[in-house]
Design a protein around this ligand. Structure first.
Ligand code: ADP
Ligand code: MG
Length: 326
């Protein structure tokens, strides 16, 4: 188990992480989410032992992770950290870059292992290509394979698909995360892409200005986000004054509603006027404005006429779930 106990860290005077605590069972996957600058990379570096913490402790099983003041070579052996700037050997081949990280005691299995890892990153045909001739996304995939070469117990991924195009990204996610599960590798994945999270993470830690804003399962955070920042990590979301709904016209509070949860009706609900339609493939995201000037996004199968009037409804059940604390 990975246990992080109330850690804080600052660069010079600036606090970057404060009071972060979590525990992650062996083999579980945690996504670390938050806007850029929220402290995701710093948290991964702290776990890897690259930082001297202001306070708090980190343990893997019963072993304390010591910072750079105690470790001559930074980083722990049973852990791999795939940084945002992957440093590969440019003048050697993809296969050699991976082989360099395989154990010298298992030479006879190297070819099989390299093949297995190349399959995960879908680069079997690139085995003999020099790294300097690869695209940024391909380099990122090689960096992933290299980190997996020694089957680490913990894998720290810092935005692992940031340089990879949308086509490859989906395929890679479907190869990589089940592979890691099967191998029982504990994973912390820093990302701001909800697609990385929704089907693959067991839990999510949300950081904002270096503080833990939420730490829960995806279902909990998606269904009952405590603030818009959390809901926004899953995509677009409306924060609506509840007084828009007739039954609550006197109530001063707001609710979070995802665009697909607003029900459109011919004649009942609150009134909005269509401003714009955004094509999303399977549907349109319609941008509208309510009488009080509130802008509202909702989903519709077809585009609606600009300036057309529509009525929207929010179910009672949703009102109960999504009321934001004042
Ligand atoms: P994220 O990965 O979520 O984008 P980071 O962990 O990289 O965020 O950064 C968190 C904060 O720490 C940011 O405000 C960033 O400017 C600051 N920071 C990161 N690295 C350094 C550094 N080497 N020196 C000073 N400040 C830094
Ligand atoms: Mg980062």
């Amino acid at each position: 188990m990975l246990s992080i106990k109330n850690i804080s860290f600052s660069y010079q005077e600036t606090k970057v992480l404060s009071g972060v605590s979590l525990s992650l069972e062996k083999g579980n996957h945690l996504s670390v989410m938050g806007e850029s600058g929220s402290g995701k990379s710093t948290l991964l570096k702290a776990i890897y032992g690259l930082l001297h913490l202001d306070s708090g402790e980190i343990f893997w099983e019963n072993q304390k992770i010591l910072g750079p003041n105690f470790n001559l070579v930074p980083g722990e052996k049973y852990m791999k950290y795939v940084a945002q700037d992957f440093d590969l050997m440019p003048f050697t081949s993809v296969a050699e870059n991976i082989a360099e990280h395989l154990s010298a005691f298992e030479m006879d299995t190297h070819a099989d292992r390299i093949e297995e890892l190349l399959k995960v990153i879908e680069m079997v045909d690139f085995a003999n290509v020099k790294v300097k001739n690869l695209s940024g996304g391909q380099k990122q995939r090689v960096a992933l394979a290299r980190a997996l070469a020694q089957e680490p117990e913990i894998l720290l991924l810092d935005e692992p698909f940031s340089s990879i195009d949308q086509f490859k990204k989906n395929q890679l996610r479907h190869n990589l995360f089940p592979y890691l599960k099967e191998k029982g590798i504990t994973v912390l994945n820093a990302t701001h892409d909800p697609e990385d999270v929704l089907s693959f993470a067991d839990s999510i830690l949300v950081l904002k200005n270096g503080e833990m804003l939420a730490y829960n399962t995806i279902a909990q955070l998606y269904q009952k986000p405590k603030e818009k920042y959390v809901a926004s990590l899953f995509g677009q979301v409306n924060e609506l004054p509840i007084s828009l709904l007739k039954e609550y016209s006197e109530v001063d509070a707001s609710i979070l509603v995802y665009p697909h949860e607003l029900e459109i009706s011919k004649d009942s609900g609150f009134e909005v006027y269509v401003v714009n339609n955004h094509f999303k493939g399977s549907h349109y995201l319609v941008e509208a404005v309510a009488e009080n000037g509130q802008s509202v996004l909702f989903k519709n199968l077809h585009a609606l006429k600009i300036h057309a009037r529509a009525y929207l409804n929010v179910s009672l059940q949703l009102v109960n779930k999504r009321l934001l604390p004042k």
